[in-house]
Design a protein around this ligand. Structure first.
Ligand code: DX5
Ligand code: ZN
Length: 232
């Protein structure tokens, strides 16, 4: 799934985009050089917000060839896996904090369908919660804000505590991805890159930028340089 660039990849989160013009906003992110589209699905139960579902993703699938990273902040990801696979998601990441029995089977189903399977940890959830799923994951998504909303402050303490350990926890050959989600912007790109992060989710910083392409380039450039120094 990884369109491996030498440096960090930028996944544009459309959560804070103009939802009345979602197709155009996805095209804008593609034109600005984003590597992926990050799709924040929220059910109003797992997080105190409600966004969009698989039908919206299915419609957006016709808009761009960019890989779709679905980030499911929903209570029952196992129940809806098929719908998100059918909608065209290239990766599906849900939260390790959901009810246990569904996690293993959902990860296996995503991989069986030839897509990338991921688990996300909230800021205060220890990485050790992922241990039962080692070897079942292609993506570890480290939340550096409490899930539910864009535009929040980056939690640098979480990045310091989790990014390099997450990198070490995944396959040593780096065949898997560490993604960071929450507060990604040019001002936090160095810390995120220093953590060896592969994919940086950037939402409000892109959609509030005067020049989206310049912000994509800034975040990618700063993070990639820091990442290269760390992974050398
Ligand atoms: C928050 C979402 C993030 C969010 C990132 O729950 O998972 O993807 O959209 O937005 P920014 O980049 O504004 O923090
Ligand atoms: Zn997200």
């Amino acid at each position: 799934m990884t369109e491996r660039r030498p440096g960090a990849l930028i996944a544009a989160s459309i959560l804070d985009s103009d939802l009345a013009a979602l197709g155009d906003e996805v095209r804008r992110a593609e034109a600005a050089g984003a590597d992926r589209i990050h799709l924040d699905v929220m059910d109003g139960h797992f997080v105190p917000n409600l966004t969009f579902g698989w039908k919206t993703i299915e419609a957006l699938r016709r808009v761009t060839p960019l890989p779709f990273d679905a980030h499911l902040m929903i209570a029952e990801p196992g129940r809806w896996t098929e719908q998100f696979l059918d909608a065209g998601c290239d990766s599906i990441t849900f939260h390790v904090e959901v009810a246990e029995p569904q996690i293993g089977p959902a990860l296996a189903r995503i991989r069986e369908a030839g897509r990338a399977a991921g688990l996300s940890v909230k800021p205060r959830t220890p990485l050790s919660s992922l241990d039962p799923y080692r070897g079942l994951l292609d993506i570890v998504l480290v939340m550096t804000v409490e899930p539910g909303f864009g535009g929040q402050a980056f939690m640098a303490d979480v990045a310091d505590a989790k990014l390099l350990p997450a990198r070490a926890w995944l396959a040593p050959d780096g065949a898997n991805e560490v993604q960071v989600d929450g507060g990604g912007r040019s001002a936090t790109a160095e810390v995120i890159g220093r953590g060896g992060t592969d994919v940086i989710v950037v939402g409000s910083a892109l959609y509030r930028a005067d020049d989206m392409a310049a912000e994509v380039e800034r975040v990618r450039g700063v993070a990639s340089a820091a990442r290269a120094a760390t992974l050398r």
